[in-house]
Design a protein around this ligand. Structure first.
Ligand code: KG4
Ligand code: ZN
Length: 345
């Protein structure tokens, strides 16, 4: 293999610490995951009903060395055998990001390896390359995580054209807020997903928001308010809420909009391939809805396994590979950028 003048295999040690997972992975040539270690803090943050940034940073510091050692051990490789060290440098919680960035810089500098800073969202998109060796840009990608909701065209590796974004809450945030309102706890997405299986998506008609003049933008705050109003009204009337029906109906409203915008974009703009990325892409109703709509429209659909949808370092290693072979390198002054925008480096 010869890419951009580089011969041989590329092994990337990737580190991810942007939110509440401390993760490290070894990825070969961008698509082969040799190890993928994730130390989740979810149980800890559940006590507080959401991620507490200060606690997240402290836990990352406690765990990161062990997680990296385990990733190398499970890959049966030594640090010296790595081609480069990659790390998420934004967007995310600044304190949490800093732990990974400082660690990656120290390791890369000490071992004399190049450093590649990776955009977290580019990582989520690249998770699709891991299990789909045939998937290559261009394709339309729906990115739905706890902090982001974007509809993009992946023009080339690391090159995005943003078609639409959320005007208010991210899709995952809406799941988390609705789950909290009905007492399902944190993180809300997986809990709504599970509870919705016992309910009817047609039980309550919640709004499907459109943004005037921006066909690919999203808005979830109206839906969230409609759900909260429904709950308040029921409470005032002393009526029992059927949580599974509410969860299924809310989820259906989110899924309808996500699927509708994505398939419209692919058809209108003439793309044959559609992908999904981010924590919410592991939602079973979204996967089923997107499968059905893509089949009807004759589009090819790709999405990662759930473990590669939520935060992980393998996706960072996949993205870093394409950055690396395109000669992207970070300096020793690489810093955490909490508000890093998609398409920026
Ligand atoms: O991508 P991710 O792990 O972290 C961010 O970069 O934000 O996404 C986390 C989000 C959370 O809001 C979580 O509730 C949501 O993804 N999520 C889900 C599911 N699994 C995770 N939402 C809906 N259904 C799921 N099965
Ligand atoms: Zn994420």
């Amino acid at each position: 293999m010869k890419k951009n003048g580089f011969d041989g295999d590329v092994y990337i040690l990737a580190i991810e610490s942007s939110c509440d997972e401390t993760a490290a992975a070894v990825v070969k040539n961008g698509r082969q995951v040799l190890s993928n270690v994730i130390s989740s803090q979810i149980a800890l943050h559940t006590l507080y009903g959401g991620v507490v940034p200060e606690i997240a940073s402290r836990k990352h510091i406690e765990k990161i060395n062990q997680v990296i050692e385990t990733a190398l051990e499970e890959a049966h490789m030594a640090l010296e055998e790595m081609t480069a060290v990659a790390v998420t440098y934004g967007p995310g919680l600044v304190g949490a990001l800093l732990v990974g960035v400082a660690e990656a810089k120290a390791i890369a500098y000490g071992a004399g390896k190049p450093l590649v800073g990776v955009h977290h969202i580019e990582g989520h998109v690249s998770a699709n390359f891991i299990e789909h060796p045939d998937l290559e840009p261009p394709f339309v990608c729906l990115i739905v995580s706890g902090g982001h909701t974007h509809l993009v065209v992946v023009k080339d590796y690391g090159k995005f054209e943003i078609l639409g974004r959320t005007r208010d809450d991210a899709a995952g945030e809406a799941f988390d807020k609705v789950a909290r309102a009905v007492g399902l706890g944190y993180p809300g997405g997986p809990k709504i997903d599970k509870t919705a299986k016992e309910g009817s998506p047609e039980a309550i008609r919640f709004p499907r928001a459109k943004v005037e003049g921006a066909p690919y933008d999203f808005s979830f705050s109206g839906l969230k308010s409609a759900v909260l109003n429904y709950i308040n009204h029921a409470n005032m009337m002393g009526e029992q809420i059927c949580v599974p029906d509410l969860a299924a109906s809310f989820q259906a409203a989110v899924v309808d909009v996500l699927v509708g915008h994505t398939v419209d974009a692919a058809k209108t703009l003439g793309y044959q391939k559609v992908a999904m990325a981010g924590g919410v892409a592991s939602n079973s109703a979204l996967r089923a809805g997107m499968r059905a709509a893509c089949k009807k429209a004759g589009l090819d659909l790709y999405y990662p396994s759930p473990v590669f949808c939520t935060d992980n370092a393998a996706m960072i290693g996949a993205a870093a590979y394409y950055e690396y072979i395109n000669e992207a390198r970070s300096g020793w002054d690489l810093n955490a950028v909490p508000n890093l925008r998609l398409g920026e480096r």
